[in-house]
Design a protein around this ligand. Sequence first.
Ligand SMILES: Cc1cc2nc3c(=O)[nH]c(=O)nc-3n(C[C@H](O)[C@H](O)[C@H](O)COP(=O)(O)O)c2cc1C
Length: 210
Amino acid sequence: MIIAINGSPRKKGNTATLLGYVLEGARSKGAPTELVHLCDLNYRGCVSCFACKHKGGNLGHCALHDGLSGLLERLRDAEAIVLGSPIYYWDVTGAMRSFMERFFFSNMLYTKQNRWLFPKRIPSALVYTWGSPEEGVRKYDGFVRTTEKYLGMMLGMPPAVLYSVNSLQFNDYSRYETDALDEEAIRKHRREVFPQDCQKAFELGASLVS
Ligand SMILES: Cc1cc2nc3c(=O)[nH]c(=O)nc-3n(C[C@H](O)[C@H](O)[C@H](O)COP(=O)(O)O)c2cc1C
């Protein structure tokens, strides 16, 4: 199973669209897929109980029982994991961050050896959508680059990363206060570049399987 997780509150937004293509690519290679919208789940971030690190305890498992518990367990059986998020203030959304706290922390020990408890070495991908144009993104992607390294260490290989920039934030720009945004450039980008991002997402999904 290839599991994709959408950190956007919009189930039909830019991130969900790209994750849809990633999973379509995976299915084209015969893999079963699942798309999870975090906004459908009722959960919170890590509560720092440390039960996942307790000697003689259930190492590698989050002890908090809420809407995330089933997903955290299913991820242990996944053949690949795809995390997608819009960028909110230079990082992933709060929903994705809370998920990452639970997922990363429960799979990590404070030990010199056997630091990572995730049971398998599997491929992964990170899909980020940004409202900013390319030049803004490259200047401010420090947080997400750290996440990239961390996920790679946990799952045993570096994730594939897809940035989709200059995103269309709403359909009718005339209804919003937006004079700092270049609507014409954004619409051109949507017509000409976003379809290429969707194609890249499809190919990325296929590569996770082969
Ligand atoms: C609260 C909020 C904060 C945002 N912060 C940023 C940001 O720091 N950098 C950026 O490039 N875009 C930012 N954006 C724009 C979104 O990342 C962008 O529109 C994204 O494609 C939305 O994804 P979605 O359609 O999947 O919801 C922000 C949007 C919101 C609502």
